[in-house]
Design a protein. Sequence first.
Length: 405
Amino acid sequence: MFQSQVSMLVAGLFGLQMAVVFAVLQRTPGMGRAGLNFWVVGDLLVTAATVLLAAHDYLPEWLTLNLADMVMTAALSLMVYGTRCFFGRRGRAGALCLLNLAVLAGAVYFDWSGAPPSGPALLFALANIYLPLALLHVVAPQVPAKRGTGRLAALSLGLIALACAGMGVYQAADLALLPAGLAWLAKGPPEETFTLLHAFGIVSLSVSFALLAHDSLRRRLEHRASYDDLTDVLTRGAYWEALEDACKQADRLQRPLTVAFIDLDHFKAINDLYGHLAGDSVLRHFSGLLRKSVRMGDFVGRLGGEEFGIVMPDASLDQGRAISLRLNMLVRATPCPSEPDAISYTVSVGMAERLPGEGADALMRRADNALYDAKTMGRNCVSTQPVERIAGVARTPRMRISQAS
């Protein structure tokens, strides 16, 4: 019996540790509404249930076993609901509450009616079948949608939920078909053994879900570090990393690479005339048009203020020019919504195609020179190649967009 009590307390200690882990994750910015608070309460309930089981020799049997099972059912119900919140699938709270009320009513009925102990145990076993399967139903679609650590965590969470449901099926079959119970498995009553196994199962679910939450947090932090908060395009640092990688890939595959350096024309005047909040709206509006204009696999970044860049792997200068012309015309045809009137603006684009062996700095410098060329031509146009001739390379003619609508 002492060994069994130690096992219960170990399960409770693990549950308490996981509650602390989820509490810490919940306090991380961006994770407050991810449903982790339900996992915190659920693990605390698991700890309480294991304490009740460990105190089996000092409390009435009906209190320790039935109450521990009810607490465990409530814990798993909270975790199922927390998982639904985590994946943005809120709902089913009423159904889970009704399930717990039904379990409570059934336990009270069996206790007062003098039914054999297998009655409440069978009721809890059925609940322990439904709840893990409900958790599996939420997690299973996420396995193919995740990658790396997230996929492994989602897969382990689903497998453990399936194992918990299988344990519930085995317990229900044993109670329904073998009234003698599982005397060969444990010295105590069968429901006590299964409650302990269920506690370890829930703690295992907590570990897998913590890994899933940590992977989600890591990806959010990586996104926040790599993407501009205002425009949701790559930051300057992330853009340069993408450009350097693209240059290496272009060398390795002997494929073309074209970049575009974009500047919003007279943006300071927009800020002075309409205000900085309107200026922010223009930047967000332009970044949306920019993302619509590029191809799948292109990289878009904000290089500072009103300056943006596009990295176009496997694109010749002509292909890149077509993308830039399309963007320029889209911007002119789509003013930024604002009150009382929409804000019209234009962009200037400088472009350069990478030369063999050319680095990221030199490539962007040529695109910057082309952008300066576009501004000297009156803005609202696309310019290719810098003003100065590159030794050994013929200069590509500049392209200008007509101001006519």
